[in-house]
Design a protein around this ligand. Structure first.
Ligand code: TXA
Ligand code: MG
Length: 319
C-alpha cells in the first residue's frame, strides 16, 4: 500500500501512529530502526512487509525500562544484570529466554528474544509514551545499506511507512553487538558498538562466533548491508570498469579523483569511522559508478564491526 511518508520530530505524532498499529522509523544511537508494537502481531507483520524481510529473520525488541524487560523474558541472573547496568542504555543486544508474552513472529520461533535499551532520549521517551516495547530491525530494505539519518530512511522506505521520527544522525553508526549464553558460555553473535574488550571487563571471557557456526542468529546472513553498486574489499577485481569509487579509512588516495572517494576517519579514529560508515556507502552508491572498493580498517575494537559489515557488503547476493 502506498502512503505519504512524513519526516518530523513530533513525539506525539509518532506515538499516535504506533498506538494505531502502524510503523514509525525511529532514531537510535546505532542506526535508525523500523518500529512497530512488539506485542501486536499485526504490526509486526507490517515490519516484515515494509522491509521485504523474510519471516525467518527475527527482530530486536527495544525497551525503555526494566518493567518492560520483566514482561518479556524469564528471570535473569546477576551477570545479565551486570551487563544491563554497564551497557544500557547502549548498543548491546542480549538474547534472553523469552516469556509467552512475546509473539512467535518477533523471535521467528526461536527460544530467545533479542532485547536492547537504545541510547537515544527521543526514542526512549517514545517507548515510555506508547507504553509497549518496540520491535525494530534496521530501517532499510532487506539486505541493503543501513540508515544513519532520517533521509537515508526516506531513500529506501518512502511511501511504505507514514512517519520518520528525526532524531539527527546516529552517534555510533554501526548496529548493536548481539550476545547470549550457550551452556553457560558467553558468545558474541554479531560484533557492534560495544567491543569484546568492553564486555570482558564485566563478564570475563566471551567468544566471537564465526559465520560458519551460527545457526542461532539466522539473520546474520552473509550478504547484507550492500550498496547497489558492486563492492569489493581492498583490490579492484579485473572486470571492475573504469569508474571506481573508494571508501578509504583515513587518507585520500592521490591516484583517484577526490569526488570518487570518501574518507571515513580523517582523524584516524575507529569510532569516527563507524559513525560515518553507512553515510559513506550511501554517498558513494549515489554516484552511480561502476564499482566501489572499500579499504579494510584496523581489525581491533569497533573496527571489527566495521570490517564485518564491509565483508558482508562485498558478498555476491544470491538471486
Ligand atoms: O543496533 C541495532 O541492533 C539496530 C537498531 C535499530 O536497534 N537493529 C538491528 O536490527 O540491527 P536487525 O534486524 O537489522 O538485526 C538484528 C539481528 C538479526 O541478525 C537477527 O537475526 C538477530 O538480530 N536476532 C534478532 N532476534 C533474535 C533472536 N530471537 N534470536 C537470535 N537472533 C536474533
Ligand atoms: Mg539490519
Amino acid at each position: 500500500m502506498i502512503v505519504e511518508t512524513r519526516i518530523g520530530s513530533d513525539l506525539q505524532e509518532a506515538a499516535d501512529w504506533l498506538q494505531r498499529g502502524e510503523l514509525v522509523a525511529i532514531p537510535t544511537e546505532t542506526v535508525y530502526g523500523l518500529a512497530g508494537n512488539a506485542l501486536d502481531e499485526q504490526a509486526v507483520v507490517k515490519i516484515f512487509e515494509a522491509k521485504e524481510r523474510p519471516l525467518y529473520n527475527p527482530l530486536i525488541v527495544h525497551v525503555a525500562n526494566s518493567g518492560q524487560v520483566s514482561a518479556l523474558v524469564q528471570e535473569w541472573d546477576q551477570q545479565v544484570q551486570a551487563l544491563m547496568d554497564a551497557f544500557w542504555p547502549g548498543p548491546l543486544t542480549l538474547l534472553l529466554d523469552r516469556s509467552p508474552a512475546v509473539p512467535d513472529l518477533v523471535c521467528a520461533g526461536l527460544p530467545r528474544v533479542a532485547l536492547r535499551m537504545p541510547d537515544h532520549d527521543l526514542t526512549r521517551l517514545l517507548i515510555e509514551q506508547c507504553g509497549f516495547p518496540l520491535a525494530a530491525p534496521s530501517a532499510n530494505l532487506f539486505g541493503r545499506i543501513s540508515p544513519t539519518t532520517a533521509l537515508h530512511v526516506l531513500d529506501q522506505l518512502d511511501q511504505r511507512i507514514p512517519y520518520i521520527l528525526d532524531g539527527g544522525p546516529c552517534m555510533v553508526g554501526v548496529e548493536s553487538t548481539i550476545i547470549g549464553r550457550e551452556q553457560g558460555k558467553w558468545k558474541i553473535y554479531r560484533s557492534g558498538g560495544i567491543t569484546q574488550a568492553d564486555l570482558e571487563l564485566v563478564i570475563g571471557p566471551i567468544e566471537m562466533i564465526t559465520q560458519s557456526d551460527m545457526p542461532v542468529a539466522p539473520g546474520m546472513l552473509p550478504w547484507h548491508y550492500a550498496p547497489r553498486t558492486p563492492l569489493a574489499l581492498n583490490e579492484p577485481p579485473p572486470d571492475s570498469g573504469d569508474r571506481i569509487g573508494w571508501l578509504r579509512f583515513s587518507t585520500l588516495s592521490p591516484l583517484v579523483p577526490g569526488e570518487w572517494q570518501f574518507v571515513l576517519a580523517p582523524d584516524g579514529d575507529l569510532y569516527t569511522a563507524a559513525r560515518r560508515l553507512y553515510a559513506g556507502l550511501h554517498e558513494l552508491d549515489a554516484l552511480g559508478l561502476d564499482y566501489l572498493i572499500a579499504e579494510s580498517v584496523p581489525e581491533k575494537g569497533i573496527g571489527r564491526a566495521i570490517n564485518d559489515r564491509l565483508k558482508r557488503a562485498a558478498m555476491v547476493r544470491p538471486q
